[in-house]
Design a protein around this ligand. Sequence first.
Ligand code: ARG
Length: 273
Amino acid sequence: LLTMGLLILTACGTGTEEGADEGTNGTDTEEGANEDAKEERKVLQVGTDAAFAPFEYMEKGEITGFDVDLLEAVMAEAGYEYELKNTGWDPLFASLDTKSIDLGISAVTIDEERKESYDFSVPYFESTHMIVFNEGTDITSAEDLNGMRVGVQNGTTGQSAAEKILGKNSDNISKYETTAVAFMALTNGDVQAVVTDNVVANEFVKNNPNANVEAITDEDNFDSEFYGLIFPKGSELVEDFNEALTTVIENGTYEEIYQEWFGSEVDTEVILN
Ligand code: ARG
């Protein structure tokens, strides 16, 4: 495992550059350099919706997950200090709109519609959708969702994937604030299926052996998509983060984190191309 230290984000602001420019007003003549230094020390605010294991979720009061470790590595590479906040999903986008956060990492799919309002980094993870359902439910393909009550997290690509099958304004789609709550609705019997990202679907099945749930994919109906860091439109940070992310992917750090969370090798060509 990566050291626990990586997960302790409260260390922000106590780093090695401390004191480098505290109260420098009087004597510093190199204005430009001083400005640059200030820029670097700005603590970036990062938002996430930590109810999406294994990418981001709460454990013992800490936000943890693949995204969290990747973020730590990318921030270290880019040389930024940051604070990660569990904003929730809809507020993540609202916070980007008002620029009250500088970026988000939340397994956010890079899609055309979002690109109109936000900027994205280069891709860092490939995903597709899966259907999760209670064992014994007659589902062998996405088409079987027709006529069933389907749960999704509101405003996700899982919602769009379900709408593609059931129709955009289908009354049979129940939208929940988090994916975790959608899963609860499934085990409660409020919905018959949940459509969500494949890795999250598999994690839920694996972590709930007594829930008697299973997950299937459907390559004919569900497309491949990619996650990226998300920024307010026009953010000057995108370039820096693209560089850092690419370095982390190319220098083996990404693979280490991937191996640790998913226990398997990763083909980085898929995200680098
Ligand atoms: N990848 C999907 C999307 O971008 C779902 C992401 C949900 N992430 C989360 N942390 N709840 O719409």
